[in-house]
Write a protein that binds this ligand. Sequence first.
Ligand SMILES: *[C@@H]1O[C@H](CO)[C@@H](O)[C@H](O)[C@H]1NC(C)=O
Ligand SMILES: *[C@@H]1O[C@H](CO)[C@@H](O)[C@H](O)[C@H]1NC(C)=O
Ligand SMILES: *[C@@H]1O[C@H](CO)[C@@H](O)[C@H](O)[C@H]1NC(C)=O
Length: 272
Amino acid sequence: MKLRKAARVILIGAPGVGKGTQSARMLERYKELSSISSGDLLRDNVRNRTPLGIQAEHLMKTGALVPDSMILRLIQNTLLTRGWLTQPGGPKPLTLNFASPYGIQDTLIEHDNFFSNRLPPRKIADEFEYSDSPSASFILDGFPRTASQADKLDELIPINLVVNISTPTEIILDRICNRYIHQPSGRTYNLTFNKPKVEGKDDITGEPLTQREDDKPEVWKERLHRFEESSRSLLEHYDKMGILWTVTGNSSDEISPRLFKEFEKRFGRAGT
Ligand SMILES: *[C@@H]1O[C@H](CO)[C@@H](O)[C@H](O)[C@H]1NC(C)=O
Ligand SMILES: *[C@@H]1O[C@H](CO)[C@@H](O)[C@H](O)[C@H]1NC(C)=O
Ligand SMILES: *[C@@H]1O[C@H](CO)[C@@H](O)[C@H](O)[C@H]1NC(C)=O
């Protein structure tokens, strides 16, 4: 399936709803879509010793959080490097030059110096144009997590679809919290698909089964509750902008076809 314009997508979903699965399936199905992950960008920049990477590493070593402005700069750099953000008037950002002995790193350094030295931060959006070509399509992962981060991202590049992936809490708990283990032997049981013969007892020794801390419903309920609290303002931010779409399903296989259908309605090119 080919796209008729750029899709700039964010998926939001509680732990256990299979956000990673949906993302991987979309990247597989729509070849023009790529992944931009803030975590990967950070790791790549640290590994390549870019100025931003060095600063970020220093902060992380002292136990500080990497500030939003740095994450935004990483996203901005990768969009510039890919040519999905361009400067219409001013000095052209260096395009990727594989003949350069410095390669990508060279490009990032140029961009970095350029912004930190010459552009007042809030002007950035005015200075750039973004591409609406289908090949400039991406799923952004890891950022933003809050409404205020989303505000800042809006100034850089407009996201045009945010998917609220929703699975009833009971279903998530059922799926995740039904694993029991017989500690001494390591035998595992799955209450849906591989029940012990006697409830709560190992089939062979008759000894009691236990749950890993991570599989306990109370732990998951708390985790899901925290997610709901922390994602609310982000979801509302995009809802107000009219780009939020909610998909509900009990499993990834139920959600994917609905997501594909909606995505293709919005971005697909008929007959491809
Ligand atoms: C997102 O989905 C959840 C269900 O998981 C729902 O409760 C919430 O209202 C949705 N958010 C918005 C802004 O529509
Ligand atoms: C239980 O087994 C089913 C089928 O193999 C699987 O989908 C599910 O994830 C398993 N649950 C756990 C907690 O391992
Ligand atoms: C999803 O789960 C709910 C609650 O268990 C159930 O009522 C509903 O029928 C399920 N939907 C499908 C399509 O299986």
